[in-house]
Design a protein around this ligand. Structure first.
Ligand code: SF4
Length: 611
């Protein structure tokens, strides 16, 4: 391993540039040929962890290699695995809450009793969660260490909390969960603190008799799962018993854990203040919920918890399809959820499903178009999932009797390509498949590269794509003078929105801001429910792309050229010109310091600047 690293460093010193992938492969292959044996001696993914291990734990030996900071940066660029993970400017960490009942029972939704409703234990984030007892502290610290070993900068972190409906969990658990997320970020600056706390935590779960090993969990849940899959027991009642949800069942480890999985708001707020200047800051905090659980009180609680974005399961806006799939939610409730989320300043992230029972490719295309064009919805982000058939769901019977069939690959690719083409420039399609492993899918799309197939179809059609993700500048560099500021104005049922974007001459996007100006009539009519007054505009998101730059480093990438500051100043001008007297920003905890420097002061659930 060490010899391979020296060979790579030699090449970097000679060219003063990161190695191209084929040059790196050549060096690795040559080394593997030198060391005869049945297994590969060197693998690319092991090189960076090895380098970091040497630097951290054998510093005297590492110093003999004489690696300068500039050479190290080139080495990390060369060896980084999956660079797209931090290409959008932020390191994303996904965590799961513990299993909990869901008050709906949608036909297509998986019933894995080892997971929160709708998740399957083979999905990568789910495996990580299970190995860590669904503990937020253990999940975050483990994930950040892995990302660091893969060569990613992890000081700006977006936390995505998955697991059914957030507000169905007891409030004490919600506060504790966020408390532990922030504690994990704050502790990450000190390896000893993380080690000590992790060990204490693991012991608590083991003492409570809760398993975390895959085989043990499979045995523990086997009988209950068989009953649920056979339709002899419901997911909800089974999970309620297994995890002692809301009870204090004697002898149940999860009931014991619930005794200490609590925290108060004042404890949480102390950790949030600490995070404002921590080495690893929270720059976004996302939870997922059902639209019918979105109320003014719950949104206010989410703000106190530090949340900035809501993922909402929409799936369809066709009442007939919603009813056929037992969604238990109507379109009017979804509209109200979008309006409330927007007026509270949250970024809205809709989950949308094609190929549900009763849908056709044509009805799906019309339904999707309605979501991105109707002024009630127009989500900021979309996860566009094709329905896949999973054993134990109510949809299986419809497949067997022929009333449901999966779309063919070509139908699916055509439909998704059409969806992309009608997606407006202010909306980002963040995903096109769920991470469900192929062996869990009875029938339906199993291609993990579905998005690439859609991209190929789009290339054939040669029509302009406006959707954000396809235009992100990612690693590409663009000088400030190549960028121009474009403004896309659009109306919703309760706000006038302006999407400000820095674009290159070929329409690639280097940064954007979402400005939301509430309609005075709506704000006045709902005054008692809202945390803002009529006459106050809202910045719902500021995002500047580029490979993640360290919080404490300068540099040429887009995150450090004042693009965000210029977006904010222009948003203030627009709001002022439209008669607004103040502007709020839904800042994440770790960005509060940044907004104070931009003239904002802390003001309840938001930060505010007078206009
Ligand atoms: S609301 Fe969501 S989690 Fe609950 S059953 Fe429906 S799809 Fe599954």
């Amino acid at each position: 391993m060490e010899k391979t690293l020296h060979n790579i460093l030699g090449e970097i010193r000679r060219t003063n540039a990161p190695l191209a992938p084929d040059a790196l492969d050549r060096i690795i292959r040559a080394r593997n040929r030198e060391v005869a044996g049945p297994v590969r001696y060197v693998a690319k993914k092991k090189l960076l962890p090895f380098y970091q291990e040497e630097k951290e734990h054998r510093p005297e030996h590492w110093r003999t290699w004489g690696v300068s900071p500039a050479e190290e940066a080139l080495l990390v660029r060369t060896l980084q695995v999956k660079p797209r993970r931090t290409a959008s400017g932020v390191a994303t960490v996904t965590v799961l809450t513990k299993p909990w009942p869901c008050s709906s029972a949608c036909l297509y939704c998986p019933n894995d009793v080892r997971m929160p409703k709708s998740y399957l234990h083979d999905e990568p984030a789910c495996q990580r969660a299970e190995r860590n007892w669904f503990d937020p502290y253990l999940q975050v610290t483990a994930r950040l260490r892995t990302l660091h070993q893969m060569g990613h900068v992890t000081d700006k972190v977006e936390l995505i909390v998955l697991g059914g409906t957030w507000s169905d969990y007891p409030e004490a658990y919600q506060i504790w969960y966020m408390h532990e997320l922030f504690r994990a970020l704050n502790d990450m600056g000190c390896e000893t603190a993380v080690e000590r706390e992790s060990e204490t935590r693991r012991k608590q779960y083991r003492d409570a008799g809760i398993a975390c090993e895959r085989d043990d969990l499979a045995n523990w849940a086997a009988e209950a799962q068989a009953r649920v899959t056979a339709g002899d027991a419901s997911y909800n009642e089974t999970v309620r018993n297994l995890y002692a949800c809301g009870t204090h069942a004697d002898g149940n480890g999860w009931a014991a854990a619930a005794q200490w999985q609590t925290a108060t708001f004042s404890q949480l707020e102390a950790l949030q203040r600490e995070n404002e200047s921590a080495e690893h800051r929270c720059v976004g905090l996302v939870v997922e919920t059902r639209p019918d659980a979105v109320t003014p009180n719950r949104l206010a609680t989410l703000r106190r918890l530090g949340c900035t974005k809501l993922q909402m399961g929409i799936q369809s806006l066709d009442e007939r399809i919603l009813a056929a799939n037992h969604r238990g939610i109507g379109v009017d409730r979804m509209q109200r959820a979008f309006e409330l989320a927007r007026i509270f300043g949250f970024k809205t992230h809709a989950h949308f499903m094609t190929n549900l029972l009763g849908a056709t490719p044509e009805s799906d295309a019309a339904d999707y178009r309605r979501m991105v064009e109707h002024p009630a919805f127009k989500p900021d982000e979309i996860k566009l999932y094709p329905c896949a058939l999973v054993d134990g769901t109510g949809l299986v019977a419809h497949w067997r009797d022929g009333s449901w069939r999966p779309y063919t690959e070509q139908e699916l690719v055509n439909l998704l390509a059409e969806d992309v083409l009608v997606t407006p420039p202010f909306t980002r399609i963040s995903r096109m498949i769920r991470d469900i492993s192929a062996h869990d899918i009875m029938t339906g799309n199993k291609k993990v590269n579905l998005r690439q197939l859609v991209d190929l179809e789009l290339a054939k059609r040669a029509q302009p794509v406006q959707e954000i993700r396809s235009r992100e500048i990612a690693f590409g560099a663009a000088a400030n003078d190549e960028l121009s500021l474009s403004e896309v104005a659009y109306e919703t049922t309760n706000t006038h929105e302006v999407f400000l974007q820095w674009v290159t001459p070929d329409n690639r996007i280097a940064g954007f801001l979402r400005l939301s100006m509430p309609n005075a009539d709506y704000a006045n009519a709902h005054a008692t429910d809202l945390p803002i007054n009529a006459g106050e505009a809202m910045i719902r998101e500021v995002h500047v792309y580029g490979r993640v730059a360290g919080l404490h480093q300068g540099g040429e990438n887009a995150q450090h050229r004042g693009l965000g500051r210029m977006l904010i100043e222009r948003a203030c001008d627009i709001a002022r010109e439209n008669g607004y007297t103040a502007i709020n920003v839904i800042s994440a905890i770790g960005t509060r310091g940044y907004y104070r420097k931009q003239g904002f002061t802390d003001n309840g659930l938001y930060q505010q600047r007078s206009l």
